[in-house]
Design a binder for this molecule. Sequence first.
Ligand code: 5AD
Ligand code: SF4
Length: 439
Amino acid sequence: MSKNKKVETFHISTYGCQMNIADSSTLASSLITRGYRRVKDEKDADLIVLNTCSVREKAENRIYGRLGEIFKYKREKPHMKIAVVGCMAQRLGDELIKKVPHVDFVLGTDRLFELPDALEGIEGTSSVMTAFGHENIDMIAPVKDSDYSGFVTISRGCDNYCTYCIVPYVRGKEVSHSADYIVDAVKKMVDEGVVEATLLGQNVNSYKYEDTDFPKLLTRVAKETGIKRLRFMTSHPKDLSKRLVDVMADDPTIMPHIHLPVQAGNNRVLEKMGRIYTIEHYMKIIEYIKKTLPYVILTTDIIVGYPTETESEYEETLKVVSEVRYDSAFMFRYSVRPGTVAAKFDDDVPEADKIRRLQKLIKLQQGISYEQNQQELNQIRFSLVEGYSKRDKNKMRARTDGNKTVIFEAHGLKNGTIVPIRIKAADAFTLHGEVVEPN
Ligand code: 5AD
Ligand code: SF4
């Protein structure tokens, strides 16, 4: 096959957080608009895009593994182009092409939308682009993620510089989209049949555009767009206000789920992480949320084995987990990210201790998730149908208002329908139920 054959088809694989899923959707729509065709199987694509994550070392190692696999396709198909975009592209830039020479494009977090231009060799573009430049942030059109749900990025970047975190370095300074842009984007999605929108930001609570803060924005989107279900993530405990919780209590459009990363249960560790809040402050917010929202699903992120974390400090994390009783949690052992403040700390917790701490925490949380899910039994949860169950093709899958997956017996329900489901059984990860038939 000739090296000069034109690129006609593409495939995008997305790694990491919802922000990347949203960016991939936007990139896909711009490629489609330019005449490229999306294919389901990577092997059939002329252009393979990996939208990457840098948050932990494991995420980056996985990409190197994938690039090795993809190289095999390129050997058989010399005209194939490979693009690495997103956080890892931003972090490594030129270095990535030096390390993996068969990569054709390296486009950072603010530049991935220029991939169609770079591909066509349009003037001003090059194969490695990592400069930040989100002055024209409102020019990036959001797109729906599926026929019934969409992500809308309300702010890009992060100003918090938690000491362990690479995100501020790879996503740059926080910049908020205008409230009108966000309201319009959701309205457009609703016109196209979307019933559930998720507003995304590294720290949605610090959203600010002119005199609109996050509670105001959420109210506007809930009231002005006609969206049926509204979600948001991620929240930062230092900025989550009582007003936000009050807005959630007042508007049934806003789904009762708050993802509030605690990261650690000990104040010295929190301070070393640069999290700015104390655990007492965090617990006060949790108390207010539970008092104000009669039904709320709480989820979190936790890091164990932070440099200098002692065994008893780690146990304070376990205590918080037992007290808050999260419905689920993303739990990690600390991973050094070069270039962050914490990378200069002595990573003195032995790997074996990190692993043991993580396993014990996961076990504790799984027990709590199981118990929390038992509380759902016999309740009716309005749930959004997302398709057929992956494990059992005779069953369908839906998402409850609290963002839990429920598997139920039904056939032929259209994706995107919202149905009342009575929960009949539950394990630590999934609910099982049946559709409540109208009387
Ligand atoms: N090591 C381990 N976990 C990390 N996270 C972010 N950076 C690191 C790191 N260096 C976790 C945090 C964050 C989530 C998205 O990833 O818990 O909230
Ligand atoms: Fe990273 Fe902290 Fe910003 Fe979250 S708030 S993206 S953990 S720096």
